[in-house]
Design a protein around this ligand. Sequence first.
Ligand code: SF4
Length: 352
Amino acid sequence: MTLTPIRHNWTVPEAEALLQLPFNDLIFQAQQAHREHFDPNEVQISTLLSIKTGACPEDCKYCPQSGHYNTGLKKEKLVAVEKVLAEARRAKASGATRFCMGAAWKNPPARDMPYIVAMIKGVKELGLETCMTLGMLNAEQASDLAQAGLDYYNHNLDTSPEFYGNIITTRTFSDRLQTLAHVREAGMNVCSGGIIGLGEKPRDRVAMLVQLANMPEHPESVPINMLVKVAGTPLADAEDVDGIDFVRTIAVAKIMMPAATVRLSAGREQMSDELQALAFLAGASSIFLGEKLLTTANPGVNRDRELLTKLGINRDHQWNEDHFTPDSCPIRAFHEREKRNEHYYDAMAEGN
Ligand code: SF4
């Protein structure tokens, strides 16, 4: 029986009232909403790979990949398709079911689109779901990605419309909404959430959630990130986020968008097991697995395996799927095929 309504008419005061509920009431309500749509003892596992790193023209104040800040990050051009597929294969062997690829672009350059399409097709051939985050998309690019078979497109709202200009000045909040509309129109699943710890007020956190919840369809995936403070970025010395406040935000997201997968995203490296357990209790049901999240640290696979085992989550999960033997390797087959493709090039080769 569904008790928690799917609504698209939330107001900020309503969401603020949820955020201020006694903690136990809030968590109970969120867990109840979660159980109406999900197995509470299952957590979806994704892996995230940076396929083009750094030198981004945008000025997101939290991001080590912005070309506006000197964070000592090693920049990399678009990674070769073959290398991406090798990483996808490793991710699958570690237990991931979705492979996410992120590029530090304002929007994807036309010349790189054929390689992006090849990555999507190759990862899907491995039997993984695909997700990409490539910056802003126009309608045509969204359609190209959808036709290639991209399952999810990630494009975070980051924070409230009112606070947005304090964090990013090179694009507007409505630019974000426009890309999300193109993604939806192209028929892809939407992954969109935000970051806690940018200096925003509690009201900004829920105002961002209201924006997501009042879309004609809720995003299928809502990542809630805790700011990872990186030296050299303007937010390197931002105030720490209170763990309970963070869990409250997850719970409110779950109550407002009960059928969405709320993703416990960046910042897990600095969270205790107990805090992550509370986040799962509040309705988070997806994590990124792997040592790195684009360019920042993430808990190792072993720590995650231990934590999920302790919590009795994903009991049937196969953590060590057999690797493909060289002869049956679909990556090799894909690579051999792609070499005959006039669009194929090795992005890491000299001169590219
Ligand atoms: S968050 Fe994305 S768009 Fe913003 S600077 Fe970083 S890579 Fe660029």
